[in-house]
Design a protein around this ligand. Structure first.
Ligand code: MEV
Length: 320
């Protein structure tokens, strides 16, 4: 008997991506400067897809219904699915997508890129086709362009990455990490607006280039020094770089009172450094602590200062 006949009748495709946090370089990365981002494998995004629905059907916490009527915040995912089927050369009817997400939406943790990444991986798995990093990146960027307007590609890479990445002008590579410090990520509970903050900074860059450009370049230099700190295990200096990055971003009007309050609370409770992470004006912040014990003190302080939720991230425990 041919092996082909042994295939199960109903094969479901499964794809996983994850949340991410940007250690340093958000916003300046849009202007061609480098950025460093960390996948958060403990914060999972999972997609399943199978044939058999009467029409293409989508189920997630945000929406359940026909794919054709996906609401605006998910419009990018629909475009990524169409681009993916085109790439695969498939024209199926009645695909049923089920999304399970632990990544909070609009908090700078990459939820839009993560859902697109998980769905693309699920479709390639459904049709049992290999998926390389560049194709995945290109397909997730289809979604990100609709969600964010002018995405650098950082979220598309970080939410599907196996390891921390260095990213610049669409080029990405895994980073050597020797850092012993522990990160605490905290959600302000306020929705961030990456599309808006990127657009506002773009307008300001055009209007006040001599004021904005040196800050963008400085953020790029801080990022390059942060890369060395990660490789050489220099947490104290990395904390200083994070503090300066937050100050630069705040001057560029990317922070918010809630983010500033959490950054101050982390520093007052022993963090080596703290900054907003992601699109800003809401969303999340990240603090660097010397060890797990210091990180739990900071996490408690952040919750007491109004954080909605916290996550603790250490490299050696990351379930890649
Ligand atoms: C958003 O997570 C990161 C930004 O730098 C935007 C981008 O890179 O596309 C603010």
């Amino acid at each position: 008997m041919e092996r082909e006949h042994l295939k199960p009748l109903f094969h479901a495709g499964h794809g996983v991506a994850c949340g991410k946090f940007i250690l340093i370089g958000e916003h300046s990365v849009v202007y061609g400067e480098p950025a460093i981002a960390m996948p958060l494998h403990s914060v999972r995004m999972s997609a399943r897809v199978a044939h058999g629905a009467p029409e293409h059907w989508f189920e997630s916490e945000l929406y359940q219904g026909p794919l054709a009527r996906l609401p605006a915040p998910l419009a990018g995912v629909k475009a990524a699915i169409e681009a993916c089927l085109e790439e695969l050369g498939e024209r199926p009817e009645g695909l049923h997508f089920i999304i399970e997400s632990e990544v909070p939406t609009e908090r700078g943790m990459g939820s839009s890129a993560a859902v697109a990444g998980a769905v693309v991986r699920a479709l390639f798995d459904l049709y049992r086709r290999p998926l390389d990093r560049d194709t995945l990146f290109a397909l997730v960027q289809v979604s990100e362009r609709i969600a964010h307007g002018n995405p650098s590609g950082l979220d598309a890479v970080a939410t599907s990455a196996a390891a921390p990445i260095h990213f610049q002008r669409g080029e990405f590579r895994d980073l050597p990490i020797a850092l012993t410090g522990v990160f605490v990520i905290a959600d302000t509970g306020v929705k961030g607006g990456t599309r808006q903050t990127v657009a506002d900074l773009g307008a300001r860059f055009a209007a006040e280039r001599s004021e904005v450009e040196p800050r963008i370049l400085r953020l790029g230099r801080l990022t390059e020094e942060a890369r060395v700190c990660l490789a050489d295990d220099r947490p104290a200096r990395l904390g200083e770089l994070m503090n300066e990055a937050h100050a630069q971003l705040a001057t560029l009007d990317i922070s918010s009172p809630e983010l500033d309050r959490l950054v101050e609370a982390a520093l007052a409770h022993g963090a080596l450094g703290a900054k907003l992470t992601g699109g800003g004006r809401g969303g999340c912040m990240v603090a660097l602590c010397t060890d797990a014990e210091a990180a739990s003190v900071v996490a408690e302080a952040l919750l007491a200062s109004g954080a909605r939720q916290t996550w603790i991230h250490r490299f050696e425990e990351d379930p890649a």
